[in-house]
Write a protein that binds this ligand. Structure first.
Ligand code: HSE
Length: 427
């Protein structure tokens, strides 16, 4: 049997898949007995399909793929939750297997998609939705299945990791490093999804759902990005023995699932502290396996296409052998999401304040009134300027109290200049 495939999306990842297909199609059959044939390619841009030698398979109407009874498997690579939702759900309803790289879709409509796949007796595979080329979903759904996973910590956004690395190693300010990331094609013209943490939030929602067997959706993830982080924060972190990363965090706790994305100080001795540039890494702790780390390129045509095509071949092997879908939805529990207000940790807080007598004392008073105990305070800046940085590090404090203290500081007259920088500590 030959597995017939329809591909939707010929951008970076789709182009990477076409390159792998053109290069290795015969090897797949020779080495693994997996016989696949691309029969239709849908895109808005015919030139992209032609550039990869598949112009003769081109259509600009995805219905020609999901309504084609000959097609067994649909690859969705357009991203987003609009048309992609129609393609994925339409393909599943038509009884086709689906492979996608779409993190936003899986993190918002995962349950609906799994239910449709179950009803149709087919499979949805999405390895490329997290960590680009890094195998993480398959290992968590297979190799680590005998574990109770207690935590997943991830550097899962290459753009922000690149920016933080350059701010850290070269002291380049945020705006400059963002412009550089955009010039290099790492960051989009609208960088919101990356720098505000939403890309990482979708990825940790997917990983937490698998790790804890309980559905976590994008809106469950408390999310803060890196817009307020500057080289001064990275230097201060170093002085205390920490490195700052945009960490995607999911812990199983007695109260439920603690899941969040925010700039985080991690000890400089931790393996994640040494993951630099656009690389990604996911650190998984299980009760039997202990600590494991998965590392590699988190984005780019080759790495993402490697993950997509791995799914395509595994699913195709099962279609050919008539094996029913192996792993469907594993979210059998309904764990509550721990409110962010309940978090208790140490905080690094940098306030930009006017340099005048009494400001430090007034700020310290606000913290004490909110039951936030301070461990240290540093003033950075000189009287020559009219603004200085006050850097506070707290003892373990409640998130709720920290937020209230920051609200009180913002409301106080002539106190804060701009937004405070908040970095939580993960020891
Ligand atoms: N924008 C993502 C990143 C890649 O910067 O890692 C796609 O998930």
């Amino acid at each position: 049997m030959t597995v017939k495939i329809g591909l939707v999306g010929t951008g970076t990842v789709g182009g990477g898949c076409l390159d792998i297909y053109n290069k290795h199609k015969d090897d797949f059959k020779r080495h693994y007995g997996v016989d696949i044939e691309l029969v239709r390619v849908c895109s808005l841009d015919k030139a992209e399909a032609e550039a990869h030698g598949v112009g003769h398979l081109f259509t600009n109407d995805f219905n020609e793929i999901i309504n084609d009874p000959d097609i067994d498997l649909v690859i969705e690579l357009i991203g987003g939750t609009g048309v992609a939702h129609a393609i994925v759900t339409g393909a599943l309803k038509a009884g086709k297997y689906v492979v996608t790289a779409n993190k936003a879709l899986m993190a918002t409509a995962g349950e609906e998609i799994f239910d449709l796949a179950d009803e149709a007796g087919v499979e949805i595979a999405f390895e490329a939705s997290v960590g680009g080329g890094i195998p993480i979903i398959d290992p968590m759904k297979h190799s680590l299945i005998s574990n109770e996973i207690s935590s997943v910590l991830g550097i899962v956004n290459g753009t922000t990791n690149y920016m933080l690395t350059r701010m850290d190693k070269e002291g380049i300010p945020y705006d400059e490093v963002l412009a550089d990331a955009q010039a290099k094609g790492f960051a989009e013209a609208d960088p919101t999804a990356d720098v505000d943490g939403f890309d990482a939030a979708a990825k940790i929602a997917i990983l937490a759902s698998i790790a804890f067997n309980s559905r976590v959706v994008l809106s469950d993830v408390s999310t803060e990005g890196i817009r307020n982080v500057q080289p001064i924060d990275l230097k201060a972190a170093h002085d205390m023995g920490y490195v700052v990363k945009l960490l995607a965090i999911a812990h199983r706790t007695d109260e439920g699932v603690d899941v969040r994305v925010h700039p985080t100080m991690i000890p400089d001795t931790h393996q994640l502290a040494h993951v630099n540039g656009v690389d990604n890494a996911i650190y998984v702790t299980g009760d039997a396996v202990g600590e494991t780390m998965f590392f590699g390129a988190g984005a780019g045509a080759g790495p993402a296409a490697s993950a997509v095509m791995g799914d395509v071949l595994e699913v195709s092997r099962r279609i050919m052998q008539g094996v029913p879908p192996l792993v469907g939805c594993t979210c059998t529990d309904k764990l509550p999401i721990v409110p962010m207000d309940n978090l208790e940790t140490c905080y690094y807080l940098r306030l930009v304040v006017p340099d005048r007598v009494g400001v430090l004392a007034a700020a310290a008073k606000v913290f004490s009134e909110n039951d936030v105990s301070l461990r240290s305070v540093i003033q950075e800046g000189t009287r020559a300027r009219d603004a200085v940085n006050l850097i506070f590090v707290t003892h373990a404090a409640r998130e709720k109290n920290i937020r209230k203290a920051l609200e009180d500081l913002a409301a106080a007259e002539d106190m804060l200049i701009g937004e405070p920088t908040v970095i939580r500590v993960e020891d």
